[in-house]
Design a protein. Structure first.
Length: 138
């Protein structure tokens, strides 16, 4: 019984790594091409919506391979993705020299931060991907 859970966990981490790479490339391209044209604030807002579509797209494209067949499994994968992405974003912020206040501001909508919504999306992305793919729940 543990083998399928480990297999699902390994697939979940692999898909999360794909999401992290896609989002990193997206962020780099946004910094190089969009920020100089529209400014950082507008670029970040545009990037938020593009990033949401990218995450949902990866979840949709990988939902069959992921094989999280139940809502509980999909929610478990989403929880794992949320925790991994939260750790990744915090580590990335610290590596870029950001203090805890700056990192916290990224999660605070009253300060313009949208990261809390992105984390919410990570939680539900496996469910959305399966739903959009038309996979039936068991």
């Amino acid at each position: 019984m543990k083998a399928p859970r480990l297999a699902l966990g390994a697939r979940a981490v692999a898909v999360w790594l794909l999401i992290a790479v896609v989002e990193s490339v997206h962020g780099t391209l946004r910094e190089f091409f969009l920020v100089p044209v529209v400014g950082a604030v507008t670029a970040n807002r545009i990037g938020f919506f593009v990033g949401c579509f990218l995450v949902i797209g990866v979840a949709w494209l990988t939902s069959r391979w992921l094989s999280a067949a139940t809502r509980a499994a999909q929610f478990g994968v989403g929880t794992l993705w949320l925790l991994l992405m939260l750790g990744f974003e915090i580590a990335l912020g610290r590596a870029r020299g950001f203090g805890w206040q700056r990192i916290g501001a990224e999660f605070d909508p009253s300060q313009g931060g949208l990261m809390i919504f992105a984390m919410g999306l990570m939680l539900v992305a496996p469910l959305l991907g399966a739903w959009l793919r038309g996979l039936r729940q068991r």
